[in-house]
Design a binder for this molecule. Sequence first.
Ligand code: CDP
Length: 209
Amino acid sequence: MIAVDGPAASGKGTIAKALAKHFGLPHMDTGLLYRAVALNLWRWGGDPASEFEALRASDMLSIDPADEELRSEPVSRIASSISAYPSVRAALRERQLQFMEQPGGAVLDGRDIGTVIAPGADVKLFVTASPEVRAQRRVRELLERGMPAHYDDVLADIRDRDERDCGREIAPLRPASDAILLDTSNLDRDAAVGEAICLVDQRLASKRI
Ligand code: CDP
């Protein structure tokens, strides 16, 4: 079981997907769960300031990962605020545990995988990059998807989300004490993936001794 955590646009999703492919494991992007709750709530016109309404939006959650709206900025913002609700996190926890516990293992990426969901994971990676680099990446990603994106707005949004994700009381974003840190600020996609595979191999080898 491999846990990959980190802030918005740090490269954790790309790294987790590549690790899953390399090690032949299934992969879950847990951010999509929070985004799906946010999208549900948004479509109903529910109030993100109400924990009760956010919890209702997490009922019977069906997720279409191809739905472009999951990655839109309003949905990202709502996802970041509703993810602070303990009842919403508890509702989504079960799905993550089921996925994690499947025979043969899995790769999960998110904010609290190494600290809360899978504290006993074989390997924990904590992926970071500077806010400026992350904003540049997110702008490129949004433009490639044909969505509007302005660097200053995206940077402000990333700083906002960092503050909310790190400052919340429940499951705040932080590296587990036994996590391996990987700063991707100066690494391109291939270099970051190569480094991650190398770090995971090393950690697995040290566990086998
Ligand atoms: O891709 P990006 O890092 O921008 O976001 P994401 O991983 O899709 O997560 C969207 C939001 O869900 C984040 O801002 C977090 O607040 C929240 N989240 C969380 O609280 N716990 C997780 N395990 C995954 C995401």
